[in-house]
Ligand binder design. Sequence first.
Ligand SMILES: CC(=O)SCCNC(=O)CCNC(=O)[C@H](O)C(C)(C)COP(=O)(O)OP(=O)(O)OC[C@H]1O[C@@H](n2cnc3c(N)ncnc32)[C@H](O)[C@@H]1OP(=O)(O)O
Length: 464
Amino acid sequence: MALKQKSGETAREAKKRRLVGFAKTDEGVEANKCIKIFLVSSKDEVGAKDGFCIDPMDLNQFFGEDGKIYGYKDLMINIWLSSVSFYAYADISYASAVDGGKGITDLKLALQDIFGEALLEKIDFLQTFSTESHCVRSIISAGTVLRSYSINEDAESSDNLSDGSFIEHQVVRMELCSLPVGLLYSRLVPLTFLLIDGSSPIDVTDSKWDIYFAVKKIQSQTGDYDLRLLGFATVYRFYHHPESTRLRLSQILVLPPYQGEGHGRRLLEAVNSVAIAENVYDLTVEEPSEYLQYLRSCFDTLRLLDFEPIKPAINSVASLLRTCSVSKKSCKSLARPPTHAIDTVRQKLKINKIQFLRCWDILIYLNLNSKDRKIMENFKASISTRLQSDVFDKDTKSKGKLLIEVPNDYDHDMTFVVYCSQNGEESDCLNGAQADLEQQLNKLVDKQLEDIVEIAEKVSSLRS
Ligand SMILES: CC(=O)SCCNC(=O)CCNC(=O)[C@H](O)C(C)(C)COP(=O)(O)OP(=O)(O)OC[C@H]1O[C@@H](n2cnc3c(N)ncnc32)[C@H](O)[C@@H]1OP(=O)(O)O
């Protein structure tokens, strides 16, 4: 009997095992693969799949550790984001929802993590096209217009349309702590999550935050007008000892359909003009993306090319690099601008030291004959010498320690590793690390030269 029971259990267990063995485990679907986000400006565009699709940085980051959504068959999520009110609506469709061993992802919760209170039901979302149609105008028209511009190179600041109305572009500055502005910003936060790498929301109640809006003003013949939001930048005011302030640009974003039309540059220009007008200590940018850094370097180099006080220093370094042989010692001093130039540039143009150093290389390059091999060798040597002294920590090295920058998997710019040798003797490990470092240094110099040439060529084309 006992035997029978035992064999009965074994059969059941075997069946269970078979079932488990054959059951297809839920592999999930990457959020990036099943979510589409459309930017729409009218009711009619909602539901159309051929509208303007945003290309977000990475949607997987909002869905668990592996970025996957579990429990759905044939899942499709289309999100409609209004460029008029910045409210959103998510259309979620799937064939079935079954827990395949990894649970069923709570989609509403995950989408709320991105869109917060801006995520509405369809009926409410559709209504925003009438109820919120003037929300940008009603909030931003209270701000200070810093500049007006035209994106049409031939027009001064406005474009006439055939129906008699005209378009003007403006940069408007407002305090973020004012309630309506804070509410508008909170609806823009999802865009920063989607389009700015590593972005986090800012404290809108802190009175040290300002926001700069780039807007399109459409003025009708009757004098009525509407404002469309094109982009924005948030700027923080830090205290600087003893009685000054520093501005830091924290986030800058131009809505994807309007990128590349010059709005980002106008926002940057406006923040710079405020920094100069208010005579702050300097202006910095928080972790600029590669493209923003490129844009900023083009913009600052153009300003520096017209800045008379540093011209003698540039000419003197360029003429030394033109001489046939430049010693290693003189290379070092050629690679950095003189202290008085650094101070004047910061005081007058509000360009901070690190940014000026980047532009300095471009300014020097623009004064050299890039076709002359010897001159370019001297130029490269000057950059290499500076980078070498920046990468090696001379003081610690002399005490048997070597500070080394190494790339890492976590998308930080660099990680630092300190190697120590016993009794001041350099170990094999230290020598190996040094060889590695030299290789890295060469790569760094080549990359730097590439960037310098790219920006120098862009700047030259903009001036011609
Ligand atoms: C701190 C942070 O926020 S980091 C994150 C930055 N933001 C993002 O990455 C979000 C997504 N990207 C964006 O929103 C936008 O692309 C931005 C904000 C980076 C740039 O804004 P855009 O409006 O696209 O740039 P804009 O059209 O004004 O400027 C770009 C061009 O102006 C050029 N330019 C720079 N200065 C000048 C000048 N003084 N005169 C004429 N042109 C200039 C640049 O070289 C660039 O030209 P190119 O790309 O044709 O070579």
